[in-house]
Design a protein around this ligand. Structure first.
Ligand code: FE2
Length: 102
């Protein structure tokens, strides 16, 4: 699990933040539903520090991007017509940058 995501953008290299920024995926193929939570330890949702968006991709093609606020849980649910062949999830934290599942 440790190497299933990486930081892809951000000014600081804060590897200690992996636990709170790792997208955790739950896939329901029957319902064609992909649930994403940020991270393994839930990321904070505060006005000064929160997840601004969660994006679902197939390869590098963006399928959907869900915007959040400090008043949202750091979670999103995507309903798809077909399961992405090479699914990736990106998240953006206003303090710690962009993180992506591999
Ligand atoms: Fe963060």
């Amino acid at each position: 699990m440790e190497e299933q995501f990486k930081k892809i953008w951000g000014e600081k290299d804060e590897s200690g933040f992996k636990e709170k920024h790792a997208p955790v995926l739950s896939i329901d193929e029957k319902e064609m539903k992909i649930s994403v939570a940020v991270g393994k330890v839930e990321h904070p949702s505060e006005t000064s520090h929160f997840i601004q968006w969660i994006e679902l991709l197939d390869e590098e093609i963006s399928l959907e991007k869900i915007y959040l606020s400090p008043f949202s849980k750091p979670k999103a649910v995507f309903y798809v017509k077909e399961m992405p062949r090479n699914m990736k999830v990106r998240i953006f934290c206003n303090l710690h940058g962009t993180w992506q599942s591999l």
